[in-house]
Design a protein around this ligand. Structure first.
Ligand SMILES: [Cu+2]
Ligand SMILES: [Zn+2]
Length: 204
């Protein structure tokens, strides 16, 4: 009787934990800081079936088009943010969405800033993932999102002549993502531990 109860409890727990992970999915965030370290915007990353949805809200930029890319290293050292390295490029392509030999995995369409200096931006790309693998943004040295002073011409290698790096944010996994990345074994251990506690409370 108790054994059957335990098995049912573990099974229900597993199903529930899978459901929760499925609902949350992989997410990441990057607070975008300027050379003085002030947060001027936020970028959110959500893994969806057709790719990673990148949503950016930002203020305090000059009106017009700005280059925006995922860079190869998750390190934002002011004031020039050169620490973030070149564009994220695990597939060894050339720069630019309009380049026949491109694009880099980290290339994105330009961010358009309004007269008030603010922008809301969205882009979905299947050239990167938040899940493990060759295209993962969470490789050994991480990744960063950078917004440039000028527009990206989408063809000139290696960076589209988009000028200085004005905002930088390290792309960091959010809480919900950790559970899935942790895999089956930690989930199993957690569910078993919970089941054990419930069993002790009910039957001892
Ligand atoms: Cu860039
Ligand atoms: Zn590029």
């Amino acid at each position: 009787m108790r054994a059957i109860f335990m098995i049912v409890l573990v099974a229900v727990g597993l199903l529930m934990s899978n459901g929760i992970v499925w609902a949350v999915g992989e997410r990441a965030a990057a607070p975008l800081r300027d050379a003085e370290g002030k947060v001027m915007g936020m970028a959110l990353f959500v893994q969806e079936s057709q790719g990673v949805r990148i949503s950016v809200t930002v203020k305090g930029l000059s009106p017009g088009e700005h280059g925006i890319h995922i860079h190869a290293v998750g390190k934002c050292e002011p004031p020039d943010f050169l620490s973030a390295g070149p564009h994220f490029n695990p597939t060894n392509r050339k720069h630019g969405l309009n380049n026949p030999e491109g694009p880099h995995a980290g290339d994105l369409s330009n961010l358009v800033v309004g007269e008030d200096g603010s922008a809301v931006y969205e882009y979905v790309t299947d050239r990167v993932t938040l899940t493990p693998g060759e295209l993962s943004l969470f490789d050994e040295d991480g990744s960063a999102l950078i917004i440039h002073a000028g527009p990206d011409d989408q063809i000139t290698d290696p960076a589209g002549n988009s000028g200085a790096r004005v905002l930088c944010g390290v792309i960091t996994p959010m809480k919900g993502a950790a559970l899935r990345v942790g895999g089956l074994l930690p989930t199993l251990l957690l569910v078993t531990a919970v089941a054990l506690v419930v069993w002790l409370l009910l039957f001892r």
